[in-house]
Design a protein around this ligand. Structure first.
Ligand code: ADP
Ligand code: GN1
Ligand code: MG
Length: 370
């Protein structure tokens, strides 16, 4: 590997001695490594080379994460029995006292304690796990509701703004930089035909009917770690924690927690939204948030998975047309396959929309009666 991980490791105030470092996880954005230490009683670490093409202002990004993790830890420390090393990400300061370093090539790096003995899932196979994921995100939003100080930095402007995403999509179709547009007419039509319906959440926001809250904005299920008993442990990947609508978190979590297949499944017949997993996640989520959400927020929960799955499909397709500059890919048509899989999932959500609404209504009624 071109980078000496040991050298990076030694720039931080770690305990323990570097043993080895290896690529870890299946994130699409950063280069992530797990570093094991020699000593059995010392923590292992996660080291990340940050993607500064996507996150343009790393000091602001890191400031957000510092504030969020300090606040979460304070909240957790007031709960008896909390495991502060495993229930919240912990940044390791550099020897210069910052939460990141830059290497000789000007690349940014940061380090966290490795959360030991966790389970991470790209597919969820039981309602119990989905329920725990819902609880984790609900609790995360609730704990951040009173974050003191200035609003968090917007680390990626207009991140979930579907109007802007569609503008970018239209532009890239026009310029067709990789000559791929000619072969993907069906996928493009599939996106464009749904465009108007998808603007409702932004409209409700502009009309003041739903508030901006602090949201995670990247709640795919592998960013929610469970413990060895598959109970909610820790929400990770805090790069996009910033003001947003709760629908973004709810929708993105359902997109992954209730999909019967992986995000990039090529066999489209395997892809469906599982209504039982949807119900379980919703139950967990509402158990933590039902009392704080307003009526309009609740009314549009069932719509949120369609919006976010559609948004991500549009982003994958945009990146494919653009020539694969954003998401990491493993093979040539990976972004197209991801977009096709996500569009199939949108159709499955559309087919089950009335049922999803009913489930949410019943869960809310049940909570009221308690
Ligand atoms: P990306 O933005 O590229 O998805 P993440 O911050 O989500 O980067 O990290 C990628 C993966 O690394 C995660 O999905 C998870 O498996 C693992 N990971 C990240 N931080 C930790 C941590 N502190 N402890 C254990 N695993 C982690
Ligand atoms: C990226 O960082 P990661 O891999 O958890 C992306 C999300 C997408 C997701 C699709 C900062 O998430 O927005 O939903 O891929 N993160 C960023 O899998 O763009
Ligand atoms: Mg991630």
């Amino acid at each position: 590997m071109e980078t000496d991980l040991k050298e990076i490791f030694e720039c931080f105030c770690t305990e323990g001695t570097f043993l080895k470092g290896e690529p870890f996880g299946s994130g699409h954005i950063h280069d992530t490594f797990r570093v094991e230490t020699v000593e059995n009683d010392k923590d292992d670490y996660i080291i990340q080379r940050l993607n500064s093409r996507i996150f343009k202002n790393i000091p602001e990004l890191q400031e957000n994460i510092e504030r969020v993790t300090v606040h979460l830890r304070k909240k957790l420390s007031a709960i008896p029995g909390s495991d502060l090393r495993r229930e919240c990400l912990r940044l390791i300061p550099s020897k210069e006292g910052k939460s990141w370093i830059t290497d000789k090539q000007g690349k940014y790096w940061r380090m966290y304690i490795f959360i030991s003995d966790h389970r991470s899932y790209n597919i969820v196979d039981t309602p119990g796990k989905a329920y725990e994921g819902g609880k984790a995100i609900g609790r995360f939003q609730a704990m951040l509701a009173d974050l003191p100080g200035e609003p968090l930095h917007e680390t990626i402007p207009y991140f979930h703004n579907i109007e802007k995403r569609l503008e970018t999509f239209q532009k890239v179709i026009k310029t067709d930089p990789s000559g791929r547009v000619g072969n993907i007419g069906d996928e493009i039509s599939s996106v464009l035909s749904r465009a108007d319906d998808m603007k409702i959440i932004l409209r409700l926001g502009r009309e003041g009917k739903i508030p901006l809250r602090i949201t995670h904005n990247d709640t795919k299920f592998n960013n929610i770690l469970l413990d060895s008993n598959n109970k909610a442990l820790c929400v990770i990947d805090l790069d996009t924690v910033m003001p947003g609508y709760i629908h973004y978190d709810f929708g993105d979590a359902i997109r992954t927690a209730a999909n019967t297949a992986v995000e990039d499944e090529k066999d489209l017949s395997k892809i469906k939204m599982d209504i039982e997993l949807f119900e379980a996640y919703s139950k967990g989520y509402l158990s933590e948030t039902c009392n704080t959400l307003n009526d309009t927020e609740k009314e549009y929960l069932a719509f949120a998975p369609r919006l976010i799955t559609y948004t991500i499909a549009t982003r994958f397709l945009t990146d494919y047309i653009d020539g694969d500059n954003y998401f990491k890919i493993n093979h040539e048509h990976h972004n197209l396959e991801r977009a096709q899989a996500q569009l199939k999932l949108v159709v499955s959500m559309e087919e089950q929309y009335e049922e999803m609404k009913k489930i949410i209504d019943v869960l809310i009624k049940d909570k009221r009666q308690k």
